[in-house]
Write a protein that binds this ligand. Sequence first.
Ligand SMILES: Nc1ncnc2c1ncn2[C@@H]1O[C@H](COP(=O)(O)OP(=O)(O)OP(=O)(O)O)[C@@H](O)[C@H]1O
Ligand SMILES: [Mg+2]
Length: 569
Amino acid sequence: MAFFLFRRRLSATVACHVLPENTTVCLIPLELKFGISKGFFNCFRQFSSSSSTIKFDFTDLTCPHTWYPNARKEKRNIFLHVGPTNSGKTHQALKRLEASSSGIYCGPLRLLAWEVSKRLNKANVPCDLITGQEREEVEGAKHKAVTVEMADVASSFDCAIIDEIQMLGCKTRGFSFTRALLGLSVNELHLCGDPASVPLIEEILKVTGDHVKVRYYERLSPLVPLKVPLGSFCNIRTGDCIVTFSRREIYRLKKEIQGGGKHLCSVVYGSLPPATRTRQASMFNDENSEFDVLVASDAIGMGLNLNISRIVFSTLEKFDGVQMRELSVSEIKQIAGRAGRYGSKFPDGEVTCLAAEDLPLLHSSLKSPSPILEKAGLFPSFDLLLMYSRLHPEYGIYQILAHFVEHAKLSANYFIADCEELLKVAALIDELPLGLHEKYLFCISPVDMNDDISSQGLSQFARNYSKRGIVRLREIFTPGTLEVPKTQTALMELESIHKVLELYVWLSFRLEESFPDRELAASQKAICSLLIEEFLERLGWGKPKLMSRSLSRLRSTNSLLLERMRQNL
Ligand SMILES: Nc1ncnc2c1ncn2[C@@H]1O[C@H](COP(=O)(O)OP(=O)(O)OP(=O)(O)O)[C@@H](O)[C@H]1O
Ligand SMILES: [Mg+2]
């Protein structure tokens, strides 16, 4: 097998060696940022047609470590921090990041990235916060806290962290962890997570030439599985977190607990706007706030430091998009691990279930090790899709993606990412007169295809963009019409509108000139979050106080923005 390395802004001068007969040429797509020259393609076409013995195989993904020449130039020092929850893994890695001259933290959740940027800035290490939808830049920052999809594999850093590294086995997002693991160009790389990921990571890194060291941790404070269930919500006490998996259940439990007249509940769940989630978590953490109980989904399940004394599972089953299933051992351990965080108001944690019949599963899961991870997610880079599309100009993006999913050749350490959602978007936009890169962007955008409003938003953005090349926010949304939801249905609608606005902001960072109303979309997004919070507050005892002030301040900023926009039109 021979390798060709395609470099960024590559000219047609690909170094060609004399190849033995029947050689398969494995193309190694570097992260090219879509800058492949025409010359290269001509050279490549000529090459592929002139030699009957040479076969280009774009679906060969057996050497993903070679996609990142920057990282391969370094002999990286990799530290694996593994152990149970609350054992100080992230803390130790962060100490190294704080002491480094430049660095990047990559985490699975926006809340984690936010927590890290706050910690670094507080420690006088200027740190940017970068997620798909936001860029909070701090003057002079040489450090970044990002969600893992935003990991920067084009720059070099002194130090990097990939938190919750066991997520490289996640069906949908795992490939982004693999990309960061193979692609970060650093002197020191810290990986924090579950010991179940150690053998796989060691195997993957055998070919990179990096130096790997594993450090095992013990829990810093005890987590006690209780022998008795909660039984009734009368037994709820300050510092409890009730875990359930449907939004409807979250609100039902909040109402029921608050109905007892002793506690107010913060809520945290996936489709809540990130800023609202952050504020709800902070309110629960704040000893001076009246919100002393948390009702949450598994959105709290990873790495977060919340002042939880006891986790109460209201159920050990969740709907996974297809069917109801039992929580896995690692999910149960991750969620339970939120109780009793070292250094918090409740350092000793407890965990139990609402119903006695769930206790045996809880106890056995907490005792079992997580199953060893066997494979990491992988997905072809855009450059590879582009090269493939040049060979098959008749294919739309749907066919290209489907082809890769079906035919990708992988080594034993990898599986191809589940791209069902991408394919749904691809099918929706494939007929539009857009370039492959534009279609690809719509496919990887944070649209929720199970949400009608969100998918309609995407479809409208793509259609308007293909027609006019520019998409004004007010074509699909009338600013100034948002109000506090009065019913659960109105709340859900507002959450969906928030998703559409997030999508606009996301697109505006990638197609800047075509989506020019980022500021307006961001301010409308903030209004959505505040209206949702006002709804949540009205569900409690408190009268809207601070919230209303922030709302009116935002609304007046908003009218200014609207005015500015009118002038630009
Ligand atoms: N040596 C230490 N000194 C002071 N505080 C610490 C120390 N180690 C950990 N902590 C604190 O203990 C808490 C738990 O630590 P950390 O978040 O690093 O655990 P973790 O092992 O990463 O947990 P998880 O698996 O849930 O992510 C954090 O609030 C952290 O700041
Ligand atoms: Mg951690």
